[in-house]
Ligand binder design. Structure first.
Ligand SMILES: [Zn+2]
Length: 69
């Protein structure tokens, strides 16, 4: 019997992928879910109190999708 799983797309963000020398990582079910977490991290870890649009776009571009089985 073949059981087919609906694989839930999971998204993850590594701060190092956005160009920081930083080990912060976060993941979530949607890319949107990650954005506020990235903003909070950027604020406290990188002194970006207001994340500029270009920087936010760079963060979003660094969000990657992974498959979980
Ligand atoms: Zn960071």
């Amino acid at each position: 019997m073949h059981v087919r799983y609906i694989t839930m797309p999971r998204y993850y963000f590594k701060c190092s992928d956005a160009g920081y020398n930083c080990s912060y990582e976060v993941d979530g079910a949607t890319a949107e879910e990650l954005e506020p977490k990235i903003k909070i991290h950027a604020r406290y870890a990188h002194n970006l109190f207001e994340v500029p649009v270009e920087k936010m776009n760079a963060f979003k571009a660094a969000i990657k999708e992974k498959e979980t089985s």
